[in-house]
Design a protein around this ligand. Structure first.
Ligand code: FES
Length: 341
């Protein structure tokens, strides 16, 4: 019996290690060549203090209060030199990956297909070479290297963690380097190199209702999260409000319908910003959030979209004077636009 432990470093890099039964996290990390911060390795100094974000574990009581106080323990802090996992865990490490003598992993892949789902969205499917699957947390991204260059672009997985086949929903940016390569030159069999996974936008344990807000191709990480929920099951309502600019920008509705069938607690709605839209729901995401979805604030909100959408949602919560229990968000800015600004 072993558990998978995700180590999320301060610089956004994630590494995954296996921890054997009764093995301490610090020992497991060293065995797998990741030098987590430590000094005494005996529960005395507090140097190995990290935050356990999800998962069950035993810390024992064989450490000093000076190393980890009761209040710190209640806030989720742990000593990795004492921590014995009793389930898969996610641990935030308060230093960079380089300080722990590790970094991003590199993966070689082969292109399966490029499909223009709409004028604004491209689906890229890749197959891993020499590797059974990439461990990541649903919602995270990888950097994809533009073939023949050193340029990389960050894209969220829409596929399930660990799958041999990877998928991404990519915004088709006019004159964007990756968009242009995908549209004009990419062909099945091409090799692409990925580095990662990365990011702090990922699905936490579902312990209350969840509200997902997606803008355009910001739908990608939610597809991965929902596929994970389909596999693990959930016991709380999960609502998705998916906003796009034009009617033709709506993509992956078949898949969302399938997820509604497979996850009884899941429902979604789509809204279109274009005033000439023929869609049932017109306007922005914030105009289509029902009070019931907010559950009086006892809700975990996940938001992925362009910066104006993220700012609009923040304004919305502030005007409503509602503070969600947890609010996780990811802003994406196409590189072509970022470079121009
Ligand atoms: Fe000193 Fe863990 S390394 S308390």
């Amino acid at each position: 019996m072993s558990y998978t432990i995700a180590l999320n470093f301060e610089d956004g890099v994630s590494r995954f290690i296996q921890c054997n039964e009764n093995e301490k996290v610090l020992d497991a990390a060293y065995r797998q060549k990741i030098n987590l911060p430590m000094d005494c390795s005996d529960g005395v100094c507090g140097t190995c203090k990290c935050r356990c974000e999800t998962g069950n574990f035993d810390l024992g009581d064989d450490y000093l209060e000076d190393a980890l106080s009761e209040q710190e323990r209640e806030k989720g802090l742990v000593l990795t030199c004492q921590m014995i996992p009793e389930s898969d865990c996610v641990i935030a490490v308060p230093v960079s990956s380089a300080m722990c003598k590790t970094g991003n992993e590199t993966f070689r892949t082969e292109l399966i297909s490029v499909e223009h789902l709409s004028a604004s969205a491209i689906e890229l499917r890749l197959r891993l070479q020499d590797h059974p699957g990439i461990a990541f947390l649903s919602g995270q991204y990888v950097n994809i290297q533009l073939p023949g260059s050193d340029i990389t672009r960050a894209y969220s997985f829409s596929s399930l963690p660990g799958a041999e086949e990877l998928s991404f929903l990519i915004r088709n940016v006019p004159d964007g380097l990756m968009s242009t390569w995908l549209s004009r030159r990419a062909k099945p069999g091409d090799n692409l190199t990925l580095t990662g996974p990365q990011g702090s936008f990922y699905l936490r344990e579902v312990v209350r209702p969840v509200l997902m807000l997606a803008g355009g191709t910001g739908l990608a990480p939610f597809l991965s999260m929902l596929r994970t929920m389909m596999r693990t099951g959930v016991h709380y309502p999960i609502h998705l409000v998916y906003g796009v600019t034009l009617d033709t920008d709506r993509v992956k509705l078949d898949e969302l319908d399938m997820l509604v069938e497979q996850i009884p607690q899941f429902s979604y709605r789509v809204c279109v910003a274009d005033t000439h839209s023929t869609a049932e729901r017109k306007g922005y995401v914030t105009q289509h959030i029902d009070d019931a979805m907010l559950n009086g604030g006892d809700v975990d909100v996940y938001l992925c979209g362009p910066p104006p959408m993220v700012e609009a949602v923040m304004r919305y919560f502030s005007e409503k004077t509602i503070t969600p229990q947890n609010f996780h968000y990811e802003k994406f800015t196409p590189q072509a636009i970022r470079e121009a600004s």
